[in-house]
Design a protein around this ligand. Structure first.
Ligand code: ZN
Length: 171
């Protein structure tokens, strides 16, 4: 079975007034991601929103401006994306969607062996989620039109690294 992982499509990254806005390219992903959500829903494949959710003094803020603090507006999924009750929401505090979360357990319980990634940022949370997924033998697919970054060169590097080193499929 396959599952769609929608990573960090949150107000602080995607909205222009967000504290770690990735730029217009983030908003431009929305129609593509909506299409994929519909496609996965039609086949009854799990849809998982993975969401940055930090402590107020999270150590990540030594590297990045404060963002997606738990219980703030910035940490909410953008309203353009249709979240349904049956969708799974996973909160994470690190780049990888697997680190310190129950993603692996959830996927295994659902019989998922193949994940499809969309969201931001290609070179950060997408890449490290892909790496952790590959390390524990998931098939990992990344939609080229479904991911982006504030850093175009890093975006391209990450896709190449995911394909050539991690063995992901870039589709
Ligand atoms: Zn973060």
């Amino acid at each position: 079975m396959k599952a769609l992982l929608i990573i960090d499509m949150l107000n602080d990254f995607i909205r222009e007034d967000g504290s770690l806005y990735v730029g217009r390219k983030g908003e431009e992903l929305v129609p593509f991601i909506k299409e994929k959500i519909e496609e996965f829903r039609k086949e009854n494949n799990p849809i998982i929103y993975v969401c940055d959710n930090h402590e107020t003094d999270d150590s990540e803020f030594q590297m990045f401006p404060c963002h997606c603090v738990a219980n703030t507006e910035g940490a909410l999924i953008i309203e353009e994306l249709p979240v349904e009750k049956r969708d799974k929401i996973i909160k994470k505090r690190r780049y990888s969607s697997f680190y310190g979360t129950d993603l692996d357990l959830y996927l295994r319980e659902k019989g998922v062996d193949e994940i499809y990634l969309v969201g931001v940022c290609t070179n950060i949370c997408i890449l490290y989620t892909a790496a952790d997924g590959r390390n524990i033998s998931y098939k990992v697919n990344i939609y080229r039109d479904g991911v982006t970054s504030f850093d175009e060169a890093a975006h391209e590097f990450a896709l190449k690294e995911a394909e050539k080193t991690l063995g992901c499929r870039i589709i």
